[in-house]
Design a protein around this ligand. Structure first.
Ligand code: NAD
Length: 358
């Protein structure tokens, strides 16, 4: 990869490489854009096949964080860390403390938290070396389980979809197909059942299916979920579930859920638009966890009330995205990207206003 060319193409400000031989730490931090504030983004630990895969991943993920932060109005920029290692074998106290010391050296230009392959316990260790870490467990002064604001935000997003698609405020009588009944999926199921929805769900874990059955979810197989005739298909398990194999099977009018990278390729978003299926862009609707982390980073005292209020903004953001999509006849994921780019351009423009001498 020609790194400078790639950074220029994707708009990255900075890419940093770290290694510490005693602990075997090999990590990359990419800071994509700090127009709105210092960068923030999780720390992923993954056994990449080669160095270039780790680099591509951190570039892609850090750019995604700029968009996610901007739309959630967190006043943070986008960044990401990848640790090149196997989370099952290579985790050591020294490795996370070394990572913490390197992050500390950035002086707050970048803060991190958990991502695929890392857990809150790893960050309790990392926290010994730097304050620039969030999403710690509550007993360590952190904000705790992020699936609470995430599922609340997704619920607000579903309401926005229903408002736009059917012009109604009530969810009663709608059929929702939930893929994944984990932390977010199960909370969502409970809320939707309370609202009078019919909820059909699936998961690969038997114990999760039992929990869901108990509250009234009708269970189908993991492949069957794509064929369920429903108003809303809600992906809360994996990415890339809208792909060439699934897209023509869908019998829904709305796609909205917490999973990241739901569209395998941008052309799947275009296709959904042509099919008349309303898609809530993933990075908009699943921003609740980030809103929580941002509150921890930006305020002296974390406030659950403030976070919940901010998550309610997801409803308004999505309605605006749907309006733009309809007005310009473009897919919703593009409308969301345009909104972010417009916001970054506005904040850049106003930063030229001089407030004082010198
Ligand atoms: P989770 O791990 O608790 O739940 C995911 C569930 O999906 C698990 O129960 C798992 O068994 C199930 N699953 C895996 N493969 C499946 C398959 N093929 N078919 C059906 N089910 C399958 O995770 P979560 O915290 O509930 O998050 C759900 C999704 O939302 C994830 O994709 C996550 O990356 C994303 N997300 C979560 C948050 C958060 O704060 N928790 C924030 C943003 C995005």
């Amino acid at each position: 990869m020609e790194l400078f060319k790639e950074m220029e193409k994707q708009g990255h400000e900075q890419v940093l490489f770290f290694q510490e031989q005693k602990t075997g730490l090999k990590a990359i931090i990419a800071i994509h854009d700090t127009t709105l504030g210092p960068a923030c983004g999780g720390c992923r630990m993954w056994p990449y096949e080669k160095e270039e895969d780790a680099l591509s991943d951190v570039l892609r993920l850090s750019k995604g964080m700029t968009y996610k932060s901007a739309i959630a109005e967190t006043e943070l920029g986008g960044g990401k860390t990848v640790i090149w290692g196997n989370p099952r074998q290579d985790k050591r106290e020294g490795l996370f403390r070394a990572m913490g010391r390197f992050i500390n050296g950035l002086g707050g230009r970048y803060s991190t938290g958990t991502d695929v392959g890392t857990t809150a316990d790893d960050f309790v260790v990392l926290r010994k070396e730097t304050a620039y870490v969030a999403a710690l467990p509550k007993e360590y002064g952190g904000s705790g389980d992020s699936s609470i604001p995430t599922s609340y935000g997704v619920y607000q997003g579903l309401r926005a979809c229903v408002k736009f698609r059917y012009g109604r405020d009530s969810m009663e009588g709608l059929t929702v197909a939930l893929q994944g009944l984990g932390k977010v999926g199960l909370k969502l199921a409970g809320q939707l059942l309370d609202d009078g929805c019919r909820v059909i769900g699936t998961d690969i874990k038997e114990e999760y299916l039992d929990r869901a059955r108990e509250i009234g979810v009708e269970i189908v197989g993991t492949e069957q979920i794509y064929d369920v005739k429903c108003h809303i298909f809600s992906p809360n398990a994996l990415g890339a579930v809208i792909n060439d194999d699934t897209i023509d099977r869908l019998q829904c009018e709305i796609i909205a859920g917490a999973a990241n990278n739901v569209l395998t390729e941008p052309h799947h978003g275009k296709r959904l638009h042509q099919m008349g299926i309303l898609y809530a862009p993933d990075y908009v609707i699943n921003g609740g966890g980030l809103i929580q982390v941002a509150d921890e980073i930006l305020h002296d005292t974390y406030s659950e009330e403030r976070v919940i209020k901010k998550c309610e903004g997801i409803y308004r953001q999505l309605l605006e995205i749907f309006r733009i999509s309809k007005e310009r006849d473009i897919p919703t994921y593009l409308a969301a990207d345009h909104m972010v780019e417009e916001r970054l351009a506005t904040i850049t423009a106003i930063s030229t206003i001089r407030a004082k001498m010198g």
